[in-house]
Design a binder for this molecule. Structure first.
Ligand code: 4AD
Ligand code: MG
Length: 467
């Protein structure tokens, strides 16, 4: 009888808790096939775990013809008896009695025939790379982190707010934006002055992809107290670095009544919770990544969980960097935007633990950050991590209408773009704070991968939009 999903048991469940002696069924993709005239061994994986289950074919029962087209990459369904495995490394294996080939994979052309491909090559076959052990592990950890993020906030009464992806405001200034339009580029409507007439466009005005959900999240916090966003954000910068994507996911909690101390406490507790969650629920995948790529992976995660983050001002950090006996690619001076070489020096060399920097010069931070009394700095906070540099950026927000308005005017942000944002400061304003966690930077840190393109299923970077 043709096999159906209802009788299938996931490989993870078979390996961990399948009853020895039971008749079982499994489906999945062939990782390896080996054997001789009398016996064939297939490693079968269905993505439920890093581990494959061994399926043993007695060639007295199966013909060579039946197994001929079962090569690496093929998809099969098997029935058989779950028996204790004589081989080391696995508790049980399947003694096959039935085989169905769901999809063949031609061994002459299947790109994942051999192990040990480079990350660069795998990026070119992003449609198939989830079949590798590495990407299976990364994608399961990514999922676990996403789940833990929702769980963390839900357990604490935060409301998940869906902020828009298409936006009519580009006030945030967090980065260059992608335009959204239905106008025909070969036939643009013009105003009498010869400019593009955006009033003819779909939204009747210019529209862009959002760089952040923060401004809208603030509107939510001013009614629901504690909210968070978790969605895609888009930045059109031409930054070809191992830490930047043009499309990335961001988690942005925004909380009424929190000052910057509360904000830092939340950020630290949140990050530690997420890392602890992965340490306990993704042990197999972490162990694999540690073994294959990064011997210090688990100890680095433990370092974050076990240590109180060092908190200091930007000004103090610049003093430390100026005194450091180190050659910088980018010069350090008060007022300079810190680069990842500076951030990593503080975290990896000076303090040997995560660092939170606060009170940055207002010139290098966004208009909405609360101004300090010194007239020079704002209540910003950046969380810096080993190997990553900035993982979180946030601040206490300016809740005073006049101060916010004067900052907006100073920076030339058109009031017509942010009138709705200013309104919250007119009607029942409250002290409030929030931050943004770059989801892929977190996954990068937790998996120990070295390029952010390898922790998102389909990376979007300059000149790369194939899949
Ligand atoms: O520091 P950023 O630009 O802050 C904001 O967008 C604020 N609106 C957040 C807030 O206060 N609600 O970005 C936040 C984080 C960074 O710390 C970094 O982890 C990540 O987003 N990030 C990127 N990740 C991948 N690719 C990029 N191009 C990124 N730009 C920022
Ligand atoms: Mg930032």
């Amino acid at each position: 009888m043709i096999m159906r999903n209802s009788e299938r048991v996931k490989v993870k469940n078979l390996l961990e808790s399948g009853t020895v002696g039971a008749e079982v069924a499994a489906m999945g993709w062939v990782r390896t096939k080996r054997g001789n005239k009398s016996i064939t061994f297939i490693a079968l994986n269905d993505g439920s775990t890093i581990n494959s289950i061994q399926v043993v074919f007695d060639m007295a029962v199966f013909s060579e013809d039946q197994l001929k087209n079962v090569a690496t990459g093929a998809c099969i369904a098997v029935r058989g008896k779950l028996v204790e495995s004589p081989g080391s490394g696995q508790r049980v294996e399947i003694q096959a009695s039935y085989l169905e080939v769901l999809g063949e994979a031609d061994s002459a052309t299947y790109p994942l025939q051999k192990k040990g491909h480079s990350m660069e090559f795998l990026r070119e076959i992003a449609h198939l790379r989830p079949r590798t052990n590495t990407f299976g592990a990364v994608l399961r950890i990514r999922h676990a982190l996403a789940f833990a993020i929702h769980k963390y906030f839900n357990d604490r009464g935060f409301i998940y707010l869906h902020t828009p992806i298409i936006t009519g405001s580009d006030a945030e200034g967090a980065g260059a934006m992608f335009r959204v339009t239905t106008l025909d580029p070969n036939n643009l409507p013009r105003t009498p002055e010869g400019k593009i007439d955006w009033s003819e466009d779909f939204f009747g005005k210019e529209a862009k992809l959002t760089v952040s959900g923060q401004l809208e999240a603030e509107l939510g916090a001013m009614a629901l107290s504690e909210v968070y966003t978790f969605g895609p954000t888009f930045r059109a910068e031409n930054s070809n670095t191992p830490r930047h994507l043009a499309e990335f996911w961001m988690i942005e909690p925004e909380m009424a009544f929190y000052d910057i101390q509360d904000n830092m406490d939340l950020a630290e507790d949140f990050l530690k919770y997420l890392i602890r969650y992965v340490l306990t629920s993704c042990a197999d995948d972490l162990e694999f990544l540690k073994k294959m790529y990064d011997d210090e992976l688990v100890s680095r995660l433990q370092l974050v969980v076990d240590n109180k983050f060092e908190r200091l001002t930007y000004t103090r950090a610049v003093e430390i960097l100026e005194k450091a006996n180190q050659k910088w690619e980018f010069p350090v001076f008060w007022g300079a935007d810190l680069q990842s070489e500076h951030e990593r020096y503080l975290v990896e060399k000076h303090f040997s633990k995560p660092v939170i920097l606060t009170d940055y010069p207002k010139e290098i931070k966004a208009f909405y950050m609360k101004q300090n009394d010194d007239g020079k700095t704002v209540r910003a906070m950046d969380v810096l991590f080993p190997k990553i540099g900035e993982i979180i950026g946030g601040s206490q927000r300016e809740e005073n209408y006049q101060k916010l308005l004067s900052r907006i005017t100073e920076l030339g942000v058109p009031e017509k773009d942010v009138w709705w944002y200013l309104d919250t400061r007119k009607f029942g304003t409250a002290p409030h704070s929030g931050f943004g966690l770059g989801f892929e930077r977190l996954v990068l840190f937790v998996t120990g991968m070295s390029n952010i393109r390898d922790v998102i299923p389909f990376p979007r970077t300059p000149k790369n939009c194939e899949f």
